[in-house]
Ligand binder design. Structure first.
Ligand code: CTP
Ligand code: MG
Length: 213
């Protein structure tokens, strides 16, 4: 119910609408829900980009992509970037996107949050972009004189986001625009380093990785 309050100040008359006080709890609940929804959508949408790195660690080995070549006395990429690891990573990401797409509808109704299915181009953009970002990071590490396995704070945690999001936007623009709102992108930028650090420490403790980063 709106009550009109009229205050007469000399010749000027100000009319203000005195609204009833907002129901606080419902306001907070809906704000929290929006944040949770954004986090769930961001995590779901990024899964095909998160998994390739871990699949590469498990499946990696064999012939390095750079074939042992050097550039200015330094390896181009190093032994840590292999064809097998890269192929396994991309396949794992695309396969996961297919599985998530198949269960997107039942999952959405089960959790009450609309999670997206992936178009084939979106799946490829996310998975291949993640691997490409990781390879680009190794290239930058070698150029800056860092040995294989050396830490590069910032780059280590966000390398795959930096390439997978633009590549996905390029390959599947409409899908990208619908799913990656600026709120989702913000959550991805905050969530990714946290997840990256956590999963790498776990992989290190399990003996899958030589370094905890
Ligand atoms: N891996 C792979 N192919 C890739 C990425 C990773 O085979 N494209 C495997 C390698 O066995 C690698 C391991 O996963 O050693 C860990 O990956 P990562 O930490 O990215 O590589 P590093 O060995 O740390 O090498 P770099 O310093 O170049 O990142
Ligand atoms: Mg490493």
């Amino acid at each position: 119910m709106l009550t009109l309050v009229t205050i007469a100040v000399g010749p000027v008359s100000i009319t203000a609408a005195a609204k009833p006080p907002p129901v606080k709890t419902s306001g907070f609940v809906s704000a929290d829900m929006a944040v949770i929804e954004t986090i769930v959508v961001a995590f779901w949408a990024m899964l095909p980009a998160y998994v390739p790195n871990n699949a590469a660690v498990v499946a990696g080995g064999g012939r390095p992509i750079d074939g042992g070549r050097t550039w200015g006395e330094k390896r181009v990429l190093g032994d840590g970037k292999t064809w097998r690891g890269t192929a396994a990573g991309i396949l794992a990401g695309v396969a996961l996107a297919a599985v998530l797409s198949a269960i997107a509808e039942p999952a959405s109704s089960a959790i009450g949050i609309d999670v997206p299915a992936f178009t084939p181009f979106a799946a490829i953009g996310l998975a291949a972009g993640a691997m490409l970002g990781d390879i680009l990071a190794s290239f930058l590490k070698r150029r800056s004189g860092r040995q294989r396995g050396a830490m590069f704070p910032g780059l280590d945690q966000l390398d795959f986001v930096v390439v997978s999001l633009p590549l996905t936007a390029l390959l599947a623009f409409e899908w990208f625009r619908a799913v990656f709102t600026w709120e989702v992108i913000l959550v991805v930028v905050i969530l990714t380093p946290i997840l990256h650090v956590t999963t790498n420490v776990i992989a290190y403790k399990l003996g899958l990785k030589n370094e905890p980063w």
